[in-house]
Design a protein around this ligand. Structure first.
Ligand code: C2G
Length: 130
């Protein structure tokens, strides 16, 4: 069984998130998604609209996702890859090159980001419409 993992905040779940999960799952047989906790988002400097529990449950409900785990920090990826016996780490190409250190543990694939959509843009659009 080929296991894939990907990481993210997945706030205001949108089409770009759906597409990366769909493509990540298509690379293997089982997809683990590590969703950033609220505390880790504070470290990443990201202010979320939805709390971790909501973001995690929405991701868990996506048919391409087999398992959700919390992402607490930058350092856990190596342990996750080993403990979950991951074969492929997938990230959007806005992260291109940033996780190449894990090539010693598994395949690392960066997929094209979906253009013109992001949680930040959604927030801005909603604000501008009111
Ligand atoms: N993404 C995408 N297309 C978009 C927006 C996001 O393909 N239009 C991808 C990102 O490249 C990322 C995933 O969706 O792979 C999740 O994006 P975010 O929720 O913004 O996550 P991020 O803040 O990039 O956190 O340790 C890694 C971090 O947790 C990644």
């Amino acid at each position: 069984m080929k296991k894939v993992i990907t990481y993210g905040t997945f706030d205001l779940f949108h089409y770009g998130h759906l597409r990366i999960l769909e493509r990540a799952r298509a690379l293997g047989d089982y997809l683990v998604v590590a969703v950033s906790t609220d505390e880790f988002n504070a470290i990443k400097g990201k202010k979320c609209v939805y709390p971790y529990q909501h973001r995690a449950r929405i991701v868990e409900a996506i048919k391409y996702v087999d398992e959700v785990i919390p992402e607490h920090d930058w350092e856990q990826k190596g342990q996750d890859i080993v403990s979950h016996k991951i074969d492929i780490l997938v990230m959007g190409n806005d992260w291109k090159g940033k996780f190449d250190e894990f090539k010693k543990l598994c395949e690392v694939i960066y997929l094209e980001r979906t253009p013109d959509i992001s949680s930040t843009e959604i927030k801005t659009n909603v604000k501008n419409q009111h």
